[in-house]
Design a protein around this ligand. Structure first.
Ligand SMILES: CC(C)(COP(=O)(O)OP(=O)(O)OC[C@H]1O[C@@H](n2cnc3c(N)ncnc32)[C@H](O)[C@@H]1OP(=O)(O)O)[C@@H](O)C(=O)NCCC(=O)NCCS
Length: 189
């Protein structure tokens, strides 16, 4: 299937039915489930319903496979797309642990965030568990701010965990881009 967004390093393409088995394997790994709200094991039946939802014309979740050199390495999406209030929630993971820390997701998120704001979104937000330092650092690197802490919001492995709400506004993104432009032109001198 054709690419939706890409640069020289990463491409995003729509999710296909033939991806579902791979997605289920990634999603059902315990280390991934403990970092996301989806703590229940995903069945192929639930997944078929989800796939129907994300491919329908009325979809509110825009989900993509993240590709590096033609290989699928993760998933990303803008969910709960709300064009009245102009916000959406961003969701993301790199499937195999050996593919983490290589810059894949920061590139993929930048592509999707740019696209979302170009479509007219005003705010992109995420919910991240307070212990999930890689995700918090990744979002902060992209300009997201911690907007609030939901204390003891989730219960995992016999204990309550705080969850953070992080957000990026279109004007924050513009400010960051102009800061990077200035830094680039400074370093070019
Ligand atoms: C969080 C996650 C998506 C990061 O993806 P990634 O491709 O490994 O991230 P990148 O290599 O692009 O790293 C970008 C930035 O993220 C932060 N980061 C990534 N891994 C990190 C780690 N292990 N520790 C601390 N910071 C980390 C750093 O700020 C890094 O920038 P730097 O390299 O300049 O220091 C990945 O670890 C993952 O899939 N985790 C499990 C699923 C998950 O937690 N999803 C999010 C649920 S809210």
């Amino acid at each position: 299937m054709s690419e939706f967004l890409s640069n020289e390093f990463i491409a995003l393409r729509p999710i296909e039915e033939s991806d579902l088995e791979q997605l289920r394997t990634w999603r059902n790994a315990p280390e991934l489930r403990e970092r996301t709200r989806e703590w229940k094991a995903l069945t192929s039946r639930d997944q078929a319903r989800w796939f129907e939802r994300i491919t329908s014309d009325e979809r509110k979740d825009h989900m993509f496979m993240v590709m590096h050199k033609q290989c699928a390495i993760g998933v990303i999406g803008l969910c709960g797309w709300n064009m009245h209030d102009r916000h959406a929630e961003i969701s993301f993971y790199v499937g195999d642990t050996e593919n983490r820390g290589k810059g894949y997701m920061s590139t993929a998120l930048s592509l999707l965030i740019d696209w979302g704001f170009k479509q007219g979104l005003h705010r992109i937000w995420a919910e991240v568990f307070a212990f999930n330092i890689p995700s918090i650092k990744l979002l902060e690197k992209l300009g997201f701010a911690v907007e609030g802490k939901q204390r003891d919001h989730v219960f995992r492995d016999g204990r309550f965990i705080d969850s953070l709400i992080m957000g990026l506004l279109s004007q924050d993104k513009q400010r960051l881009s102009s800061r990077f432009d200035t830094a680039e032109s400074d370093s070019a001198q």
